[in-house]
Write a protein that binds this ligand. Structure first.
Ligand code: DI6
Ligand code: FE
Length: 421
């Protein structure tokens, strides 16, 4: 077998860039087998895409510039972290301590701490400083196999400051081996200059949208629909404006109370509704009908010591795809470990390890509108792969604080290929 693949390409003949042999693939393509698993497989990469995938015995006589024998190791799609607030100034460690002495997230937010304190720190930081502070957080995600990440604005709360955050997110995409999708979250909180003028700020967000759309800095628009943030009516106005500009929407919905956020997201055919602890059966049904993905965020649930469980069983019954994400943010989820998020989803929410991995691959991609190009191992999709030193894929959700990633490949490129022949 290896003789047939080590022949260099003849002049004019295009060979593969990389050929992985003897792999176990968790394709995450629903094929009746857990994890869409296929064993004894080869996978070839060409021009950043999966060019061929099949049993070793069927491997065509095709040259490859690099041969990587995997010796039975498991390969999953590169992980997709579809909900983060990775770019922000400062931290909220002091607030963490306050909460430990009894103050609630809502009390802190109402007293001007919480998101508002991160807004002040983010406004005070220049792009270079934001880039420098986001870098290590992004590195932590990459070290656990993330190849696609969504990054929200939402701590700037003016056109210039939101654009600054989004530019930093785009810079991260240029500086690191990761695909970045950006989301404009102007409707995250009231900035201090609009403290007593909610309608004024909602209008200001609507007025920011055309410039945001023109700039190409945002791939989607999000809002925080909650008693401590924006009402369903305000959210709907912002979504109408976003849709008129051709921007898809997503929503922080039903995290702390049931405001009908899931149904609202569904009404706008949102890519996703996120959090969803308080979502009703009607909300779940509306999401199913609209094709809106449920993004489950166990990190925030854990940190805020919430007790209301998201309706996982209802999502299953209605066939709503469940994505999973870190929600990496300085307040409710200072979490940069997708593997720990998978464990939390299983331990706290009784999701299965397979659902947890689907949440960080196939369904994470769906939540970003990238279902056609990312999230599964299939010919034609991006060659985004993670290679793991595990005996079975369920181990990814099983351990706490242990990282079995050998290496990740994004668009067919690795920072290093330790086992390259
Ligand atoms: N929900 C969240 O999980 C984050 N924002 C939001 O709307 C929390 C943001 C923060 O506390 O800084
Ligand atoms: Fe969030």
């Amino acid at each position: 077998m290896s003789a047939s693949v080590s022949i260099p390409p003849a002049p004019g003949e295009e060979g593969w860039d990389i050929l992985f042999t003897d792999a176990r693939l968790a394709t995450m393509v629903p094929n009746g087998t857990p994890y869409g698993a296929l064993e004894g497989m080869a996978l070839a990469v060409k021009d950043g895409h999966i060019a061929w995938l099949g049993p070793m015995a069927d491997l065509p006589n095709q040259s490859a510039r690099r041969l990587v024998p995997l010796e039975g190791r498991w390969v999953t799609p590169g992980l997709v972290d579809c909900h983060t607030h990775l770019v922000h100034g400062g931290d909220r460690a002091a607030e963490f301590e306050l909460r430990l002495t009894g103050a609630s997230y809502e009390e802190i937010a109402r007293a001007g701490g919480g998101i508002a304190s991160t807004v002040a720190a983010t406004r005070a930081a220049d792009e270079q400083a934001l880039l420098a502070s986001a870098g290590p957080r992004l590195e932590a995600l990459l070290s656990e196999g993330v190849t696609t990440v969504e990054i929200k604005s939402g701590y700037g709360l003016s056109l210039d400051e939101e654009a600054k955050m989004l530019r930093v997110a785009r810079r991260l995409a240029a500086d690191y081996p990761v695909t970045v999708r950006t989301t404009f979250l102007g409707a995250h909180a009231l900035p201090p200059e609009f403290e007593d003028d909610r309608p004024g700020y909602v209008q200001a967000v609507i007025d920011m949208l055309p410039a945001i759309a023109r700039s190409g800095l945002a791939d989607a628009v999000d809002a925080f629909c909650e008693k401590i943030a924006f009402t369903p009516e305000e959210t709907a106005r912002i979504f109408e404006a976003a849709q008129a500009l051709g921007l898809p929407v997503k929503l922080h919905a039903d995290q702390l109370s049931d405001l009908g956020g899931a149904a609202l997201a569904a009404r706008f055919k949102a890519l996703s509704a996120d959090h969803l602890e308080y979502t009703s059966e009607e909300g779940v049904a509306a999401m199913a009908a609209a094709g809106t993905v449920a993004v489950i965020l166990p990190g925030a649930f854990y940190v805020l010591r919430e007790t209301q469980l998201p309706p996982i069983e209802a999502f299953r019954r209605h066939g709503v795809p469940m994505a999973l994400a870190t929600d990496c943010n300085p307040g409710s989820a200072p979490l940069t470990s997708p593997l720990l998020a998978m464990n939390m989803a299983c331990t706290l929410f009784r999701m299965t390890p397979e659902e947890a991995l689907a949440g960080f691959t196939r369904n994470g991609a769906l939540a970003l509108g990238l279902g056609a190009s990312h999230g599964t191992l299939e010919v034609g999709k991006a060659a985004d792969l993670a290679v793991w030193e595990v005996e079975r894929p369920g181990e990814l959700a099983y351990r706490l604080g242990f990282n079995p990633l050998l290496y990740a490949i994004r668009d067919g490129r690795a920072r290093e290929l330790p086992m390259a022949a």
